[in-house]
Design a protein around this ligand. Structure first.
Ligand SMILES: Cc1cc2nc3c(=O)[nH]c(=O)nc-3n(C[C@H](O)[C@H](O)[C@H](O)COP(=O)(O)O)c2cc1C
Length: 357
């Protein structure tokens, strides 16, 4: 096996001023997915940075209980970013102050969310990419409100006629943003088409800031290609972590140290699924925990023999004890049979359905 990586793919630590990302391999913010249990697990397994689900600034300012729980940070031991969305600079500034008081090491601002309610209704998310003056005012307000690094996540632009990510990146740099992540799609693409990693180079060339490339990174080879096409300083991975929170560590090991790390064997995977399930019960309580964990269990089991039947039965289970028994029995059967995962049935296939949910 080739144990080396291409020189242009070697990642180096990123110093954001006060916060250092030792391995710039970042878990993407994903509403309904990157809750605290998932972030804790990804961190424990080797993510270089974890980012909260998008938090609405107005809800944060009202100190809404559910929102504060969403913004809770993983334990000490690595940087935690809280991502904020909103259109009112004062509310965003106040929300950032609250997040930092509650332990955030970094604040990320969302200019990427294409969801209509977020993007258009309130002029937040990717809609802010259409108004560079409002965008600058908002970014500046947050940077001035907190002493921790503030970062920005955006798409390439609203549509292919308005690819203004490089211009916005310069604006962001001027007001003190420390790092920029670009998802290589436009807002109008939603999740259609493929991420344009080469476009990210135009953002990298426009600023002196670290730039992170995001979108459609599903393998270590994808991460290498995304980095060499974009010239970016790190990668952010979302759907590629569905059912495999260890993927970030595999990418980090390959791109930072040149080491190929195999997937965990089924015994280790079973332990991770049970650990994840337990964390979700603890965090959300039995009923919501049961419901919210279903998609994760479905992603973990994808590609294993008889996983469709397992998922159908699992989704009808109503108690935590039964659920734990079902996971254990499923994996024990796979282990006893020496099962091999079918790589064609990717965990990522369900991504769009999950996002629509
Ligand atoms: C279910 C889901 C929820 C998402 N929620 C957020 C979010 O809260 N904030 C954000 O900036 N992006 C969000 N995104 C976008 C991802 O962070 C990422 O930019 C996008 O999925 C492309 O990366 P990927 O191909 O590695 O998944 C979400 C994506 C998905 C699939």
């Amino acid at each position: 096996m080739d144990m080396t990586v291409q020189p242009q793919s070697t990642l180096r630590p990123i110093d954001l001023g006060g916060v250092v990302l030792d391995t710039p391999v970042i878990l993407a913010p994903m509403s309904g997915v990157t809750d605290l249990p998932f972030r804790r697990l990804a961190r424990r397994l080797g993510a270089g940075l974890v980012v909260s689900e998008m938090i609405a600034s107005w809800a944060m300012v009202r100190e809404n209980d559910t929102t504060l729980r969403m913004a809770e940070v993983a334990d000490a031991g690595g940087p935690n970013a809280v991502q904020l969305a909103g259109c009112d600079p004062d509310a965003m500034a106040e929300a950032a102050r609250i997040a930092v008081r509650r332990g955030a090491d970094m604040i990320d601002i969302n200019f990427g969310c294409p969801v209509r309610k977020v993007a258009v209704g309130q002029m937040a998310g990717s809609a802010l990419m259409r108004d560079e003056v409002a965008a600058a005012r908002l970014l500046k307000a947050v940077v001035e409100a907190v002493s921790v690094p503030v970062t920005l996540k955006m798409r390439m632009g609203w549509d292919h006629q308005n690819l203004n990510a490089p211009a916005l990146a310069r604006i962001a740099q001027d007001v003190g943003i420390r790092m920029i992540t670009v998802h290589g799609r436009t807002r109008q693409q939603f999740y259609n088409g493929v991420a344009d990693w080469a476009f990210v180079r135009t953002v990298k060339d426009a600023v002196d800031l670290p730039v992170i490339v995001n979108g459609d990174i599903l393998t270590v080879a994808d991460a290498r290609t995304a980095l060499s096409q974009s010239g970016a300083d790190g990668v952010m991975i979302g759907r590629g972590c569905y059912g495999r929170p260890w993927f970030l560590a595999q990418v980090a090991q390959a791109l930072c140290h040149g080491t190929e790390v195999p997937d965990p064997d089924l015994e280790s995977e079973k332990a991770i699924v049970l650990e994840h399930y337990g964390m979700m019960q603890e965090h959300f309580g039995p009923r919501p925990g049961l419901r919210l964990a279903r998609k994760h269990v479905s992603w973990y089991s994808a590609g294993l023999p008889e996983s469709a039947a397992f998922r159908a039965a699992f989704n009808r289970i109503e108690t935590v004890e039964e659920a734990l028994d079902a996971i254990t029995a499923f994996y024990d059967r796979q282990i006893a049979q020496g099962a091999v995962r079918d790589p064609r049935q990717s965990r990522h296939d369900n991504a769009e359905q999950a996002h629509a949910a």
